[in-house]
Design a protein around this ligand. Structure first.
Ligand code: GLN
Length: 483
């Protein structure tokens, strides 16, 4: 049962092959049995899940069910969930019980999805390996000595090991797509503003975007249909209608022009990953798409620009965690200065502190123009590169990550090596475009992601192209052994 996609589970629920209560208990049992090996969950919300499942079963019985009614999912622990701890992977929020649900959580709940729990993540979504979590690293189900990617590593591992039907993630510089690639699942980062950020703990507000992590592009379309939409509580959410993502999955892709990024296929790309991505691209040609070579000349500036913009915005967003209003507070502060200093030193881990310091420096008087403003200009150049590329093609393709999953600890002491994990994903965030990672053929037994990038709000075409490949291949259907 747990091997089924959302689309298949939904059918089984409608046809009464299984009830949502049974399915939910089955998934909870799997979490109980396997999560010790993965550490994918920070909280399991059994009671809430079973209550929601009963409610879903009533809706199904009344003939009032949608495609997500009764489907057990998990939320990245960055999304506020009413009455449930929302830790954001940090000691800072270890005891924070959110008084409200994030917009994305609320929407999925209204669509009938059942919440199994909250998934592990890099602290405040800063990382590419899920090793910066205060709650310990997550392990990759394909090889538990390796990382699942990050920062949405818990969601990726949980979906890959079939501990939930799907999960939510967030992507600021690659945190949905890169873990999806390393863990062998489908992960979509929508256009900036497509999903509301309300109730999502802010990291870098001009980049953060929520999206689904699933077993198929079809499932991503189902999830996105529920998650997307204007929200007046988030002034950056896009006030435009949500397309029919599921309906668009029937479209033919003959004649689709896929731009292959020249700069992403050369130096720095692992040979096995390159072969796998080439195989996936050839399959697209076989399906009638045409490949055109495109260039993103400024893509090489994306990692340096991001590591000014993201820390700058993080330093501002994380200023609210001061030990006064909420979050961790140190014991017996001597005075106010001591209270701030110790609460923040104890509450935040090393990577978060590093980012706050870099960001504070980049924003300080005298350096703002040299760093932050300059990075914003580079960001514009990158967006212009994409605009020009989309004059020659309908979608852009390339690898999601330069390598397959690396061993735990391999990059933990080398922040720059870690930052380069997102070398192919970050430009997409800087430009605000949608991107999806889908499984390509495995390399040496480990998953590889093919990244497809769409034009603004072109998620329907993007998901359809991903779906077409998945109809023709079974790369997304591989399962890790032992789960
Ligand atoms: N790995 C990148 C970082 O550490 C991206 C993280 C993310 O997308 N949340 O900032």
């Amino acid at each position: 049962m747990h091997y089924k996609t959302i689309a298949e589970l939904s059918l089984a629920l409608q046809q009464r092959e299984i009830s949502s209560a049974e399915l939910t208990r089955h998934m909870l049992q799997r979490i109980g049995r396997f999560d010790d090996r993965l550490n994918a969950f920070i909280s399991v919300t059994e009671e809430r899940a079973l209550a929601q499942a009963d409610e879903a079963d009533r809706k199904i019985a009344a003939g009032d069910a949608g495609p997500l009614t009764g489907i057990p999912i998990a939320h990245k622990d960055i999304f506020c969930t009413q009455g449930v701890r929302t830790s954001c992977g940090s000691r800072m929020l270890e005891n924070f019980i959110s008084p409200y649900d994030a917009s994305v959580v609320e929407r999925l709940q209204q669509a009938g999805a059942v919440m199994l729990g909250k998934t592990n993540m890099d602290e405040f979504a800063m990382g590419s390996s899920n090793e910066t979590s205060y709650y310990g690293p997550v392990r990759n189900p394909w090889d538990t000595e390796t990382v699942p990617g990050g920062s949405s590593g818990g969601s990726a591992a949980a979906v890959a090991a079939r501990l939930c039907a799907a999960a939510t993630g967030t992507d600021t510089g690659g945190s949905i797509r890169q873990p999806a690639a390393l863990s062998g699942v489908t992960g979509l980062k929508p256009t900036y503003g497509r999903c509301s950020r309300w109730g999502m703990v802010a990291f870098a507000s001009s980049l953060d975007q929520a999206g689904p992590m699933t077993r198929s592009a079809e499932d991503a379309a189902i999830m996105l249909s529920a998650m997307a939409g204007f929200d007046e509580r988030d002034s950056t959410s896009a006030d435009r209608p949500v397309d029919d993502y599921v309906g668009a999955l029937g479209n033919d892709i003959r004649g689709l022009r896929i731009g292959v990024v020249k700069e992403f296929m050369g130096d720095g790309l692992d040979a096995g990953v390159a072969t796998s991505v080439q195989t996936a691209l050839s399959e697209y040609e076989r399906l009638g798409a045409t490949l055109v070579e495109i260039s993103l000349p400024n893509a090489g500036l994306s990692v340096p620009a991001y590591y000014v913009v993201a820390p700058a915005e993080c330093s501002s967003n994380l200023a609210r965690f001061d030990g006064v209003r909420y979050g961790h507070r140190c014991e017996d502060p001597k005075d106010l200065e001591d209270l701030y200093k110790r609460s923040r030193s104890e509450g935040f881990g090393a990577e978060v502190q590093r980012r706050i310091m870099i960001g504070t420096y980049a924003l300080s008087a005298g350096y703002y123009d040299a760093y932050y403003l300059k990075a914003q200009k580079v960001r514009q150049l990158i967006a212009d590169d994409f605009r020009r590329a989309f004059e020659q093609c309908d979608l852009i393709a390339g690898p999601t990550a330069p390598d397959t999953a690396f061993r735990l600890g391999a990059k933990a002491d080398d922040p720059v090596a870690m930052y380069l994990s997102d070398i192919y994903t970050i430009a997409v965030n800087l430009a605000g475009l949608p991107g999806v990672s889908i499984p390509a053929p495995m390399s040496a037994g480990m998953p590889v992601g093919l990244q497809l990038i769409g034009n603004y709000f072109d998620e329907a075409r993007l998901l359809n192209a991903a779906h077409r490949l998945q109809l023709a291949t079974d790369w997304h259907r591989q399962n890790p052994g032992g789960f």
